[in-house]
Design a protein around this ligand. Structure first.
Ligand SMILES: [Zn+2]
Ligand SMILES: [Zn+2]
Length: 544
C-alpha cells in the first residue's frame, strides 16, 4: 500500500518558485501581492521536487482556505477556460487537489473546489479515490459531509448513491483497508456505522473484503499494530477464519508477526466468556437471556432452600437463636435483592440524547472536529462518557455494560448498582452458610422422623404448606434426592457468589482509586495556586 505523499517544500528562485515559497510559508499577503503584479499563467506553475504539484495542490495540502480561494479567483478572472483544468490537475502520482482536500478534511476548501468544477470521482494512478484519502487522513468530517450530500439523492438505490464509498483501489483495497492501515480509528467507526449497505450481509462482506494479497482489514490491523482497531473490527463482525494468499488466518498472521496483543484478542474472541465482565470481542445484541436465567436460578435455589435445606437446618438447630436470626436476615436480604434488582431493571442509567443527521449537518457547518464526537450519537465525547455498542447509546460516567441487568452501569445507577452488589454478596454468603449447614447435617437427618406438621406450625413461612400433600411427599422422599438438591444449591450459589465478590472488590477498588486521583488533583491544584507566590519569593530573594 502506498500512503499519501508529503509535499516537498524546498524551492529554488524563479517567479514560480517565489509563489510556491509564499504558499508553503502560508504568507497570504505576499501571495495576493504576487498575484496583483501581472497575469501569471499559474495553472502551469509546477513544483520542481519531482512531484510536479501545482500551486493549488500545495495550498490545498497546507489547508489554507484564503490562498486556495485567491488562486481559484485569480484563475477564474484571468483564464476562465483553464479553470477546470487548474482545479482538476494531477501531479506526478495522479493526485488531484480534491484528493488532498479530502485528506485534510477542511470542508470549506472541499466545497470551494467542488463549486469550481472539481471532479470527486477522480482516481489517482493507483486507482485511489477521494475516500481512500479521507480514510488515510482520519477525516470523519469529509466522510460525513459527502455522506449527507449523497443521502439527499432520494431516488437512487443505496448501491448507486454511495458507490464511491465501495470502490476498490488498484490493489483491491477498500476504504476500510485504508482506514485500518492508517490507524484511522475515528474514521473507521464513523464509516462502519453509516446506513449505506442494503443488508447486514452486504455490510459484513465489505468488512471482510480481501485485497490482492488476500488481506482482510483484520489482517491489516496486525500490519498497523493496532489492537484497538482489531477489537473494533471484531465487534463489527470481522471474520477470523479468512486466509490471506499465504494461507494465514489473522491469528496465524499475528503469531507470525509477533503481535502478541492482537494474538491474545483473537484467541480470546473464540472463547466463551462465562461471566462476561470484559468488553465484548464480537458482535453482541441486547437480549434478556441473562435476566431470565437469573430468575430461573433464583427460582431453583429458593425452591431447594425452602423445601430441603431450611427444614434440615431447623430440624437440627431448632432452639438455636442465632440460626433463627440468620434466617430472618436471610429473608430481609432476599427481599432487598429482588427490590434492588427490579429497580436496576427499570431505572434509566442516563442515556444521552442522540443528535439527528440534520443536527449533524449543523455541526459540520460550525466546523467542529468530528473525531471529538461520538460516531453514532454525534454528541461531544467527555472524559467519562462512552458509547456502549450493546445498548447503542452514550452514557456519562460509564462504568461497564452489565449483562445481568441487560443495560449499562453509568451515571444514574452506579450507586444503586454498588449497593446491589453489596447486598447480593451478603445475601449469597448467608445462602451459602445455610447450604453448607444443610449439607453437613443431611447425614444425621432422616426425613422419616421429620415432623412435617410440627415444622409448619412453628415456622410462619411454612403455614401455607400445612395441608399440602405434594410437599409432604417431597419431605418423605429419600436421602439421595436431598443430597443432590443441596449440592446443586451450593454450586449455584458459588457460581454467582465468586464473580459477585470479584465485581464488588473491583468496584470498591475503582472508587478508591478515583478518590485518590481526585485527592491528588486537589493537592496539585493547591500547588499551582501557590506557585506565583513561590515565584515572588524566589524573585525577591534573588533581588536581595
Ligand atoms: Zn454514542
Ligand atoms: Zn450497555
Amino acid at each position: 500500500m502506498e500512503n499519501i505523499d508529503n509535499i516537498n517544500t524546498s524551492f529554488k528562485y524563479t517567479e514560480e518558485d517565489e509563489l510556491f515559497d509564499y504558499i508553503v510559508s502560508l504568507d497570504e499577503k505576499n501571495v495576493n501581492n504576487f498575484l496583483s503584479r501581472k497575469k501569471y499563467e499559474i495553472y502551469d506553475f509546477r513544483s520542481k521536487d519531482g512531484k510536479n504539484s501545482t500551486v493549488l495542490h500545495i495550498s490545498v495540502y497546507k489547508k489554507n482556505f484564503n490562498i486556495v480561494k485567491s488562486l481559484i479567483e485569480y484563475c477564474k478572472l484571468n483564464f476562465e477556460d483553464k479553470l477546470n483544468k487548474f482545479v482538476n490537475e494531477e501531479n506526478a502520482k495522479g493526485i488531484s487537489p480534491i484528493h488532498y482536500a479530502s485528506f485534510g478534511g477542511n470542508l470549506d476548501i472541499i466545497k470551494l473546489l467542488i463549486e469550481n468544477g472539481a471532479d470527486i470521482t477522480k482516481k489517482t494512478q493507483k486507482k485511489l479515490n477521494i475516500f481512500h484519502y479521507c480514510a488515510q487522513g482520519n477525516m470523519p468530517n469529509s466522510l460525513m459531509y459527502f455522506y449527507l450530500k449523497f443521502r439527499e439523492n432520494k431516488n437512487e438505490k443505496k448501491k448507486d448513491k454511495y458507490k464511491l464509498f465501495f470502490e476498490k483501489d488498484g490493489a483491491g483495497s477498500n476504504i476500510l483497508h485504508w482506514a485500518v492501515y492508517s490507524i484511522a480509528e475515528d474514521f473507521l467507526l464513523y464509516f462502519i456505522n453509516l446506513d449505506i449497505f442494503d443488508s447486514e450481509i452486504e455490510k459484513l462482506n465489505f468488512i471482510n473484503m480481501q485485497d490482492a494479497n488476500g488481506f482482510t482489514p483484520l489482517h491489516l490491523s496486525i500490519i498497523s499494530k493496532s489492537s484497538r482497531i482489531a477489537l473494533k473490527l471484531l465487534q463489527s463482525g470481522a471474520d477470523t477464519s479468512l486466509k490471506d494468499s499465504n494461507g494465514r488466518t489473522p491469528l496465524e498472521f499475528a503469531i507470525n508477526k509477533g503481535e502478541d496483543n492482537i494474538k491474545d484478542i483473537l484467541e480470546e474472541s473464540k472463547k466463551c466468556q462465562l461471566f462476561r465482565m470484559r468488553v465484548p470481542l464480537r458482535q453482541i445484541k441486547r437480549n434478556y437471556k441473562n435476566v431470565i436465567s437469573i430468575f430461573i436460578f433464583q427460582f431453583i435455589s429458593l425452591a431447594i432452600l425452602f423445601f430441603s435445606t431450611i427444614p434440615i437446618v431447623f430440624y437440627k438447630y431448632e432452639h438455636n437463636q442465632y440460626i433463627n436470626i440468620l434466617f430472618y436476615i436471610f429473608l430481609f436480604f432476599l427481599a432487598i435483592f429482588f427490590l434492588l434488582y427490579f429497580l436496576l431493571l427499570i431505572i434509566d442509567p442516563g442515556i444521552k440524547k442522540r443528535r439527528s443527521l440534520e443536527e449533524l449537518q449543523n455541526l459540520l457547518k460550525n466546523k467542529v472536529d468530528l473525531t471529538k464526537y461520538c460516531y453514532k450519537c454525534f454528541i461531544l465525547k467527555t472524559r467519562t462518557s462512552k458509547h456502549c455498542i450493546i445498548c447503542d447509546c452514550c452514557y456519562d460516567n460509564f462504568d461497564h455494560h452489565c449483562y445481568w441487568i441487560n443495560k449499562c452501569v453509568a451515571k444514574n445507577n452506579f450507586i444503586l448498582f454498588i449497593i446491589f452488589l453489596f447486598a447480593t454478596s451478603l445475601y449469597l454468603m448467608i445462602s451459602f452458610v445455610l447450604a453448607i449447614l444443610g449439607l453437613i447435617n443431611i447425614k444425621i437427618f432422616t426425613w422419616d422422623n421429620f415432623d412435617y406438621e410440627y415444622f409448619c406450625k412453628n415456622h410462619f413461612l411454612f403455614k401455607f404448606f400445612e395441608s399440602n400433600e405434594p410437599c409432604t411427599i417431597l419431605y418423605k422422599s429419600n436421602f439421595v434426592l436431598h443430597l443432590i438438591l443441596n449440592i446443586i444449591l451450593t454450586l449455584i450459589i458459588l457460581i454467582f457468589l465468586i464473580p459477585e465478590c470479584f465485581l464488588l472488590f473491583l468496584h470498591i477498588n475503582v472508587i478508591f482509586t478515583n478518590y485518590k486521583i481526585e485527592k491528588m488533583n486537589k493537592k496539585s491544584n493547591i500547588r499551582i495556586s501557590t506557585s506565583p507566590l513561590l515565584n515572588e519569593n524566589e524573585e525577591s530573594s534573588f533581588n536581595l
